[in-house]
Design a protein around this ligand. Structure first.
Ligand code: FE2
Ligand code: FE2
Length: 163
């Protein structure tokens, strides 16, 4: 029984690690956009703020991972493939924009869609975790993503209005 529990627990850690990597990549993506759109200061400021928040999200996953490593009690049914799919999507996006820098409206549009996807992923993950602290973590992430999507939409509309 203990063996099964610890086996499952490793999977939980793996999911949390993938989620941490997602936040790291999203953060890198936004730092790259900050760098790319330096000449539009208010939008560059938003990219930087958002990038820093994503870094903070990554740190929250790291904390959860560290706590989890000492706790092998809960059995959880989780889907590693969907977490990996999200990570691959973020990586692909990051590599694509590094190859060819998008226009500012396209970058904003991309980020809005990404945040909405992440909100959806975090909501679905929330339901799979039984541990209350994990549920709360994913719920907080979902709320942050929705907040980011809103801020980015506002910026997107401002850019369009300023043309
Ligand atoms: Fe995030
Ligand atoms: Fe976000």
């Amino acid at each position: 029984m203990a063996e099964i529990a610890s086996g499952v627990s490793v999977d939980v850690v793996r999911i949390l690690e993938i989620c941490r990597d997602v936040e790291v990549y999203v953060s890198e993506l936004y730092y790259y956009f900050e760098e790319s759109f330096r000449d539009t200061p208010d939008i560059a400021g938003l990219w930087k703020k958002t990038a820093m928040e994503e870094e903070n999200h990554a740190r929250q996953f790291v904390l959860a991972i560290n706590l989890r490593k000492q706790d092998i009690v809960h059995a959880v049914s989780i889907d590693q493939e969907s977490a990996k799919a999200v990570l691959n999507r973020v990586k692909a996006l990051y590599e694509a924009v590094r190859r060819s820098r998008p226009a500012i409206t396209d970058a904003l549009h991309m980020a809005i869609e990404l945040e909405e996807e992440l909100a959806e992923y975090h909501m679905s993950a929330l339901g799979r975790f039984q541990d209350k602290s994990h549920k709360m973590l994913f719920e907080a992430m979902m709320n942050h993503d929705n907040g980011h999507a809103l801020e980015l939409k506002k910026a997107y509309e401002n850019v369009l209005a300023g043309r």
